[in-house]
Write a protein that binds this ligand. Structure first.
Ligand code: SF4
Length: 249
């Protein structure tokens, strides 16, 4: 018989220092529901299965089409985006928890600032001086575009870091997302002007040498980014760069 209700277990925590607790909810099933629409229904009527009125659970979301990465959480223990987690495909009760490798803000929201700080460390951008007309940019071959496009799909969601045994509060390791960004921006003809600066950063503290080759990242990335190929390519670039640096001294 088709389900008429949906059951949830949500891990609640007021802040990183507060004690965590689980709360159970049940709500009417509607066809096409995803985790976000279910959370919205709970938010409108935050009453647990036992009939206890509670505070509305909080989460982060923006694009709702698996592009921004902000609704990433553990759904039935798996790090993924809540927007593309369809209720019909999930075993019940559906458990929702925040990612564990980032500081907790509240309930299902974590602070992913570390990822953005690490993007700054490796200069993950193509520098453009907007003060004068640069003219048309360099032409990028079709072949190069096809190599770069899959790398550019990263949405800074944090899944590859959540599943990485090397990443976490215990280490400075920047992780596969950052290594992939180095490959992407070093591949761009203008971005390549800063390749050495990126390689200096990625061979420093928390850099590529801390990768343990677990390969969980490539298996978990929701955007199917070839992360292990990026790690291999940046390793190759880093080795060449370190030889060059040694010869300069
Ligand atoms: S590389 Fe994949 S898993 Fe990692 S942050 Fe980017 S999109 Fe998310």
């Amino acid at each position: 018989m088709a389900e008429t209700t949906v059951r949830f277990r949500i891990k609640r925590q007021d802040n990183g220092a507060a004690a965590a607790r689980w709360e159970d909810f049940v709500l009417p099933y509607r066809s096409g529901m995803n985790v976000i629409s279910a959370l919205m229904a709970i938010q409108r009527n935050p009453t647990t299965t036992d009939g206890v009125k509670t505070t509305p659970p909080v989460w982060e979301a923006s694009c709702l089409e698996e592009v921004c990465g902000s609704c990433t959480m553990l759904v039935n223990g798996q790090a993924r985006q809540a927007c593309t987690a369809l209720i019909d495909n999930l075993e019940q009760p559906i458990s929702l928890e925040p990612m564990t490798k980032f500081p907790l803000v509240r309930d299902l929201i974590v602070n992913r600032t570390k990822m953005f700080d690490n993007l700054k460390k490796v200069k993950a951008w193509v520098p453009v001086d907007g003060t004068y007309d640069l003219g048309p940019g360099p032409r990028i071959s079709q072949e190069k575009q096809e190599e770069m496009y899959p790398l550019s799909r990263c949405m800074t969601c944090g899944v590859c870091l959540e599943v990485c045994p090397q990443f976490g509060p215990q280490s400075d390791f920047m992780g596969a997302q950052i290594i992939n960004a180095v490959r992407l921006f070093n591949a761009h003809p203008t971005g390549a002007l800063n390749a050495d600066e990126r390689l200096e950063a990625i061979t420093g503290a928390g850099g590529i040498q801390d990768c343990g080759n677990a390969q969980n990242c490539v298996r978990s990335c929701p955007k199917d980014i070839p992360l292990t190929a990026s790690i291999a390519e940046v390793n190759r670039q880093a080795t060449k760069y370190m030889f060059k640096r040694m010869l300069r001294r």
